[in-house]
Design a protein around this ligand. Structure first.
Ligand SMILES: *[C@@H]1O[C@H](CO)[C@@H](O)[C@H](O)[C@H]1NC(C)=O
Ligand SMILES: *[C@@H]1O[C@H](CO)[C@@H](O)[C@H](O)[C@H]1NC(C)=O
Length: 538
């Protein structure tokens, strides 16, 4: 234990502290924003088309009742644990938000590709645990260009910060990373940790990687590993992308109420408070300065609420660090406490024995505008909105619980993985099933279809323990086993669709040899589908 603490200490002492940057935009099924103009997630009577975008990765987190589901030509559907896709005979719109839905309404999955260089897509935390939790009250303040993982601007040599990046598990993504090389210290992607370059390069070339990162375009080089080792601190190195990053920022939205706000190096807008340029000489240590500021200034009662951002810029002269001070004072007073602290730092820091040679201060002045709202209080409308939202959510939970209890499960297929089906059969609520599978215009039909077959089936993932040693589900419809895909070596919750491995030969019997490329109707209990558990009641 002592040794671990010592090692940890040495790591921290030797580097400028890298933070964890969390990506917050998902290509999840349950996100209403991902359904184009529909502005809701699909209802049970909708005709759902996941194939509108290609390639695509869709994470399904909750049980679904579905009438018809078209899958993309290339891409993947990831079923969360214990998720059941249910295709009943008569899907009903039980959810209140679905009461007005017209049966057969087309629901097209139209997730937007989100930009790596848009700072609104990131949150910054001090630790991986905080980042995984995603509690925004624990967010760490950084300069605008440093909200994007450092070394994203093509600066991959020299002393630059390399960040740990988190793409949280239980989600799927659709990201344009751009084409310039990116350098990260560690990458946590959907539950898998990458600490070196090659395993992630391999992942980028899988169907899953191609569906989530730069879909339909070339992927950048992503260097993984290494960290800042310069004790005087490292620059973030995103300066080359500043114009691109700041294009997503509207400074007036930040509502500054002070006058003469200085703009820090690496920031898109001015700040209320102070920007200190600190020159250093021999014996300077970035970490020592950081802890000195914390213990000598920030702990004083009069500086309560002051926030600091200590950084080094790649474009400023060598031998300088920048300290930004801001505070939480309301209205036109905002920045005044920070400005006062800046004066004290300027007067006392050079004598602190930290190797500081000069301190230059630029500070905002007290706002002259009319003293506006004091902020911090929620408007009545917001509170009412939250209350209504909570009531709606509770209602949905109650109704879903009611539905799940009522839902009969006459026939259930328990699949370790979502099978790679080009198109789910269209069960139009008729006793006679539409036993057709379509893909890319090809129609697969089964001439020996039995009209007395059950009129209800569902697909589910029933747990890792069912997967056996292969830790993957060999889709019976395809020749290529999914365990070729490194993504699945330890996540095992997903299946892929790859039209390249499908032939358009329709099976001639319900239990035709699907491994020759035919498409299999999951309602047939064929021998070679060993993972399928049939449990018919009707
Ligand atoms: C889906 O439904 C089944 C059975 O009704 C339930 O056991 C399971 O927890 C549900 N899954 C999710 C993700 O809610
Ligand atoms: C992801 O889902 C699994 C299974 O439900 C759960 O154990 C895990 O905590 C989830 N992870 C996160 C980060 O929510």
């Amino acid at each position: 234990m002592m040794r671990e603490i010592l090692v940890l200490f040495l790591i921290l002492a030797g580097s400028s502290d890298a933070v964890v940057k969390r990506w917050i935009k998902y290509s999840d099924y349950n996100d209403a924003d991902n359904w184009g103009g529909l502005n809701r997630t699909p209802c049970p009577t909708d005709t759902i088309n996941l194939g509108a975008m290609q390639p695509v990765s869709v994470y399904i987190q909750s049980n679904l009742t579905i009438t018809e589901l078209a899958l993309p030509m290339t891409g993947e559907i990831i079923l969360g644990p214990n998720v059941i896709l249910d295709f009943p005979a008569n899907p009903a719109n039980i959810d209140p938000s679905c009461q007005g839905a017209t049966p057969g309404q087309l629901a097209e999955f139209q997730v937007q590709t989100q930009e790596w260089f848009n700072l609104n897509n990131w949150e910054v935390y001090g630790s991986l645990a905080d980042a995984q939790q995603g509690d925004v009250s624990k967010e760490v303040g950084v300069l605008d260009i440093e909200k994007i993982p450092c070394s994203s601007g093509g600066d991959t040599t020299g002393s630059y910060i390399r960040d740990e990046v988190l793409f949280p598990e239980n989600h799927s993504f659709r990201v344009n990373m751009g084409t310039q090389p990116l350098s990260l210290q560690r990458l946590n992607f959907a539950g898998k940790v990458y600490t070196s370059t090659n395993p992630f390069s391999d992942f980028l070339n899988t169907v899953s990687g191609k569906s989530q990162l730069n879909p339909g375009a070339d992927r950048p080089t992503v260097n993984i590993g290494g960290s800042c080792t310069d004790v005087t601190g490292c620059a973030c190195g995103n300066d080359a992308m500043k114009t691109v990053i700041c294009a997503a920022v509207q400074c007036q939205d930040r509502g500054l109420q002070c006058d003469n706000p200085p703009t820090p190096q690496g920031h898109c807008c001015g700040v209320c408070g102070a920007v200190l340029t600190i020159g250093y000489g021999d014996n300077f240590n970035f970490q020592n300065l950081e802890s000195y500021i914390r213990t000598q200034y920030l702990q004083q009662d009069k500086y309560q609420g002051v926030r600091t951002i200590l950084s080094k810029s790649a474009v400023s002269r060598a031998g300088q660090v920048q300290l930004v001070l801001q505070d939480n004072a309301p209205g036109t007073q905002n920045g005044q406490t920070a400005a006062a602290m800046a004066q004290e730092v300027r007067d006392t820091l050079p004598a602190a024995g930290l190797g500081i040679t000069a301190v230059d201060v630029q500070a905002s002045t007290k706002g002259s505008g009319p003293s506006g709202q004091t902020g911090g209080r929620m408007a009545g409308g917001t509170i009412a909105g939250i209350v209504i939202a909570v009531i709606i959510v509770l209602l949905i939970i109650v109704l879903v619980a009611f539905f799940v209890r009522r839902r009969s499960t006459p026939l259930e297929l328990s699949l370790p993985k979502m099978p790679k089906m080009p198109k789910m059969p269209a069960f139009n609520g008729k006793k006679t099933l539409t036993n057709e599978f379509e893909m890319g215009g090809a129609t697969f039909s089964n001439p020996n279809f039995d009209p007395n077959s059950p009129d209800h089936f569902s697909l589910s993932y029933s747990g890792v323990e069912d997967l056996g040693s292969s830790k993957g589900f060999n889709n019976p419809m395809y020749d290529n086993p999914v365990e070729d895909n490194p993504m699945y070596s330890d996540t095992s919750l997903s299946g892929t669709m790859d039209p390249a491995s499908v032939t358009t030969t329709p099976p001639t019997t319900p239990d035709g040899d699907t491994r020759d490329g035919g498409i299999e109707n999951p309602i047939y209990g064929v021998d070679n589908l060993q993972e399928v558990v049939m449990d018919a009641e009707c």
